[in-house]
Design a binder for this molecule. Structure first.
Ligand SMILES: Nc1ncnc2c1ncn2[C@@H]1O[C@H](COP(=O)(O)OP(=O)(O)O)[C@@H](O)[C@H]1O
Ligand SMILES: [Mg+2]
Length: 244
């Protein structure tokens, strides 16, 4: 297939999307740009785009293999992957296995408090509004997703949690929480896991030390940001070597 890069469609905070010669396929280009606190804090993490492109490729291939439909088609280069073009559902699906980040302040829950079973939250994907927390009622009322799509998104989000908790535990990391986006395949309407899975949108704590190994190092100026991304990359590389 012809995956020649054509005009840019959209530039987001961490990625650029390009058209290809094939109407159902687009290219996701991963940048080194990093933002936090609704883009109030901006910077770059050296080689993040290269590492995230690989990590997301492995994880999406792995999830696909476990039966979760994703937009992933193939890795194209260091910073580029080909994905199926979708109509993104403007809802960020968040799973929490332990309390960290916004929920600790919003509900006064101590950091590290376990959620068993995992807690699922929904956020409206809107930079202008700062991605507010919403309920299922809003999603159905405003027709951001149908009841069927909601069911599939929740089911697949919990499956992703189930599979990836095991993956990360095997490489000495605890999957604390993460964010997913889903979209409708333009061609078939099928709901696909889209966007990315990287340390930008997840919290990963080292099992031995409890140290964060994700974008919290950038958010909180903890130092060792590049090293943390590289370390997660190295561990996943070893894990996925014979598993994809
Ligand atoms: N397969 C896809 N088809 C169309 N849009 C996608 C697909 N996967 C991800 N996207 C969208 O592309 C953008 C990716 O760029 P990113 O820099 O992460 O944006 P943002 O600033 O919104 O986080 C996001 O808006 C995401 O919803
Ligand atoms: Mg994004």
């Amino acid at each position: 297939m012809n995956f020649e890069k054509k005009a840019p469609i959209r530039e987001g905070k961490a990625k650029i999307l390009y058209e290809t010669a094939h109407p159902d396929h687009i290219i996701q280009y991963f940048k080194d740009d990093a933002t936090a606190f609704n883009a109030l804090k901006k910077g770059t993490i050296k080689d993040k785009g290269v590492l995230n492109n690989s990590m997301s490729s492995w994880i999406f291939q792995y999830l696909q293999k476990q039966g979760i439909p994703t937009h992933f088609v193939q890795k194209l280069s260091d910073r580029e992957m080909v994905v199926r073009k979708v109509e993104i559902i403007p809802v960020e699906m968040v799973v929490r296995n332990k309390a960290a980040g916004s929920i600790t302040k919003r509900l006064g829950i101590a950091k590290g408090t376990p959620f068993e079973p995992p807690l699922v939250e929904f956020f409206y994907k809107s930079d202008a509004l700062g991605d507010p927390l919403i309920g299922e009622g809003h999603i159905l009322y405003f027709k951001w997703a149908t009841e069927d799509e909601m069911q599939t998104m929740v089911k697949n989000t919990l499956l992703v949690d189930h599979y990836l908790r095991t993956v990360f535990r095997e490489v000495g990391l605890e999957l604390i929480d993460f964010k997913l986006e889903f979209g409708r395949c333009l061609k078939t309407g099928q709901l696909l896991l889209a966007d990315e899975f990287t340390p930008d949108g997840s919290r990963l704590w080292d099992l031995k030390t409890g140290e964060p190994m994700d974008k919290d190092r950038f958010r909180q100026d903890l130092g060792g940001v590049e090293e943390a991304y590289q370390e997660v990359y190295r561990r996943l590389e070893t894990y996925f070597k014979d598993r994809l």
